[in-house]
Design a protein around this ligand. Structure first.
Ligand SMILES: Cc1cc2nc3c(=O)[nH]c(=O)nc-3n(C[C@H](O)[C@H](O)[C@H](O)COP(=O)(O)OP(=O)(O)OC[C@H]3O[C@@H](n4cnc5c(N)ncnc54)[C@H](O)[C@@H]3O)c2cc1C
Length: 279
């Protein structure tokens, strides 16, 4: 029979996770939908369940000199209103779900779910987020792209849970988030885009581009970004076609009920071009 536990402390949670037989539930806004049963029946879980949302120890936003640390059970709605959360992360959260869902949902759940269309992931890739995975043995600090390995696939071990998300603070002159969905609220992205540029004296010092829902994981390709750094904004604008050509081969969307490959491909390139031409 499936066991359900509500640990009172983080250490107690890690002790339960020790033998790998428990599944972590944070806000449950993905899991309860995935495991839903017919009306009036409880969700169908086939593993033991550890409800972590009560762990106040994991509800925090701490700003340090070079980074902010977000506890994994902090709700999206709390992040939306917190003064230390980077604006571009607030921009994405504002367009995720609706206030009721955001009061339960967490960044950790968006990461654990590892959907190619997970909105916060696009901005977490852009911001070079580090994910802290804890077990009773150790804390592992991994860049987000090393945590998510494919659609619904992560390297999070059954005896681990996400403790916190670390976001390095970085000066950005311009940031942009665009979600293309069927409607404004409660929509799953057809395509999503996040971009940032750091500009000094008309020169691009740092350029970042991330795309969601057009590949098996978020696309963020540092080797391309590097090619377009330390050049003037004007040359970058003039050079936008070669930049687009680099991304053209990386974007490999699928057809599904929300959109089709051709649309997603075209819109992704348009979003990159629009961002660059408006720097
Ligand atoms: C109506 C509705 C609208 C939505 N709109 C959006 C949207 O606009 N954009 C979007 O991206 N998503 C959306 N979602 C999906 C969902 O709300 C998000 O993915 C949310 O971030 C999930 O967080 P959660 O805390 O509820 O995760 P849960 O459902 O609790 O967990 C999701 C997964 O993560 C794992 N997990 C959770 N916490 C941890 C942890 N600390 N350590 C290890 N594993 C963990 C769980 O085991 C599970 O596999 C929507 C969902 C609903 C129901």
């Amino acid at each position: 029979m499936v066991k359900q536990v509500i640990p009172k402390t983080f250490q107690e949670a890690l002790n339960y996770l020790y033998d790998g037989s428990y599944r972590v539930v944070a806000g449950g806004t993905d899991l309860m939908v995935q495991k839903r049963s017919t009306a009036n029946l409880p969700p169908k879980f086939n593993t033991n369940i550890l409800y972590a949302f009560n762990l106040d120890e994991l509800k925090y936003v701490i700003k340090e000199e070079h980074q902010i640390r977000i506890g994994s059970m902090t709700s999206l709605e709390t992040l939306l209103h917190h003064q230390d959360v980077p604006q571009i992360l607030k921009d994405v959260i504002f367009e995720m779900a609706s206030p009721g869902i955001r009061n339960m949902a967490t960044l950790a759940g968006n990461i654990g779910n590892a959907s190619p269309a997970g909105d916060s992931l696009v901005v977490l890739y852009l911001l070079d987020a580090i994910i802290v995975l804890s077990s009773i043995y150790q804390n592992r600090y991994l860049p987000i792209e090393k945590v998510i390995t494919g659609p619904r696939k992560t390297v999070i071990q059954p005896n681990e849970m996400i403790k916190e998300i670390i976001i390095p603070l970085h000066e950005m002159t311009k940031t942009q988030w665009v979600k293309v969905g069927g409607r404004q609220a409660d929509a799953i992205s057809k395509v999503s885009f996040a971009g940032s540029a750091t500009i000094e004296n008309g020169m691009i010092m740092d350029l970042r581009i991330a795309l969601g829902a057009v590949y098996m994981t978020v696309i963020r390709e540092r080797s391309i970004e590097k090619l377009f750094k330390e050049i003037s904004v004007e040359s970058l604008k003039a050079d936008v076609q070669p930049l687009l050509a680099h991304y053209e081969s990386l974007i490999k969307p699928i057809d599904d009920q929300r959109s089709n490959k051709a649309y997603r491909h075209k819109v992704s390139l348009n979003l990159i071009e629009d961002f660059i031409l408006n720097l």
